[in-house]
Design a protein around this ligand. Structure first.
Ligand SMILES: Cc1cc2nc3c(=O)[nH]c(=O)nc-3n(C[C@H](O)[C@H](O)[C@H](O)COP(=O)(O)OP(=O)(O)OC[C@H]3O[C@@H](n4cnc5c(N)ncnc54)[C@H](O)[C@@H]3O)c2cc1C
Length: 405
């Protein structure tokens, strides 16, 4: 069966959809009668988890990705991402992250792939801020352990770090690093194992009839029909829906640098140092011997995820090295041993956007990860799946991530 025949077989016949009949082609493929057919466009953290949940709920699901799930252009295709519950006073995200911890643990067990490393996360600030106090209060309220440190405490506990200028450190000891790319590959593999279909193609909304989208058009002329559509296209969303999202989602670039650690020196290796974060930079200890991660919290203001080269600039290397000279002096002359260039998909208020397309009742848009979406994958995927199917969800969360806010 070639790819074109496969897309046809995996799609609900348009007539059947219009009549509300169950899609028989999928039934033959999966040995069960699927409840409905859904196409998810985008195989990153939002889309891949959504596709897996939809499949597990018994639907016929096709996951379409232009370059393949976990590809290195996608925001989820980096090696590592952090999971922590600290979110200032945004308790709904703290609660979602807490649920995600449980889900990640269960999934790494199910997939048989080690995805989580318990690193802890140290947030550094010159002095207590309302946001840090809110983080501590919310985490206490939902039962997540934190530990507040003074500058002296930090000097004693982390002699490899110079805390000058930082009066407070708030440690969330249970925070973890997730092996991001491995995770998405594992989710896609599980999705396929459970009967889902992955198709490599760039897709755009195709034909519509009234308030229903009927199919997708792929770049090579194929049509993919379904009853429901989810567009989880991360930094590509503003391009796919320019009138709707062109000004709502910005796509800046970020250079991520991994500095070598001195030979024989394990002070900067996991688990000897936690993830760290402050106003200008954040990063992780040396994990999987890739080096000590440093990423500035500002950078290129606009990035093209399709065509821009993933090469870090000398300016960002100098900035990161200046930061190391201050905070981690033992690393200031170490070479850069690996790099990554990634892009964000930021909303103005850093809330996700998960909502119906205003013109189509059967199209859901999901994105706006805003630098913190990855960790929520297993939880947000289930949420997006339910929203796509019109099942009940948490009204407060729905309100928070609406398009028209
Ligand atoms: C430097 C950096 C650090 C971050 N750190 C963290 C962190 O520590 N913790 C955390 O939780 N989050 C973090 N994030 C955010 C997190 O990575 C993102 O929120 C999340 O990965 C976004 O996932 P997504 O599925 O929306 O997008 P993506 O992962 O980009 O996936 C979108 C997919 O859609 C596909 N696609 C696009 N257009 C089309 C089309 N027309 N047809 C078919 N396929 C298409 C693409 O190929 C891609 O695979 C960070 C982000 C960055 C940039």
């Amino acid at each position: 069966m070639n790819r074109r025949t496969f897309i046809k077989a995996a799609s609900v016949p348009l007539g059947a959809t219009a009549l509300g009949l169950e899609p028989t082609a999928f039934a033959a493929a999966t040995q069960t009668t699927p409840r409905s057919s859904v196409v998810v466009v985008g195989g990153g953290a939002f889309g891949a988890w959504t596709a897996l949940h939809l499949r597990e709920m018994g639907h016929a699901v096709t996951l379409v990705d232009a370059y393949g799930p976990g590809n290195s252009r996608s925001t989820s295709g980096d090696e590592t991402r952090q999971i922590r519950c600290g979110y200032g006073d945004r308790e709904l995200y703290s609660r979602s992250a807490l649920r995600a911890f449980t889900a990640w643990r269960a999934r790494q067990e199910e997939f048989g792939v080690p995805l989580m490393m318990e690193t802890g996360r140290l947030q550094l600030v010159p002095d207590w801020t309302p946001s840090l106090r809110a983080t501590q209060a919310t985490l206490t309220k939902i039962g997540v352990k934190t530990e507040a440190m003074t500058q002296d405490d930090m000097r004693k506990r982390y002699p490899q770090m110079n805390p000058d200028g930082m009066g407070v450190g708030l440690l969330e000891p249970g925070a973890c690093v997730l092996r991001a790319k491995q995770a998405i590959l594992a989710v896609a593999a599980a999705f396929k194992r459970k009967g889902g279909t992955v198709t490599i193609a760039r897709a755009t909304p195709g034909r519509g009839e009234g308030r229903q989208l009927l199919d997708l058009a792929t770049a090579n002329g194929d049509r993919v029909a379904a009853q429901q559509f989810v567009f989880a296209c991360g930094p590509w969303l503003p391009r796919l829906f320019p009138a709707l999202l062109g000004t709502k989602i910005q796509v800046p670039g970020r250079d991520v640098l991994y500095f070598g650690t001195p030979a024989g020196d394990t002070r900067f290796n996991f688990p000897n140092f936690p993830n760290y974060s402050e106003d200008r930079c954040y990063g992780f200890a040396n994990i999987d011997e890739r080096g000590f991660k440093v990423c500035a919290t500002s950078g290129a203001t606009s990035f093209d995820p399709d065509t821009d080269e993933r090469i870090v600039t000398p300016h960002e290397v100098r900035r990161a090295r200046a930061y190391l000279a201050l905070r981690f002096p033992a690393l200031k002359d170490q070479p850069v041993i690996e790099t990554r260039v990634c892009q964000l998909e930021n909303t103005a208020d850093e809330h996700f956007i998960i909502d119906r397309h205003p013109d189509y009742d059967n199209v859901l848009i999901a994105g706006g990860g805003s630098g913190h979406g990855f960790k929520h994958g297993p939880v947000i995927g289930e949420y997006i799946a339910k929203r796509a199917l019109g099942e009940p969800t948490d009204a407060a969360f729905d309100h928070m991530v609406r398009l028209a806010r």
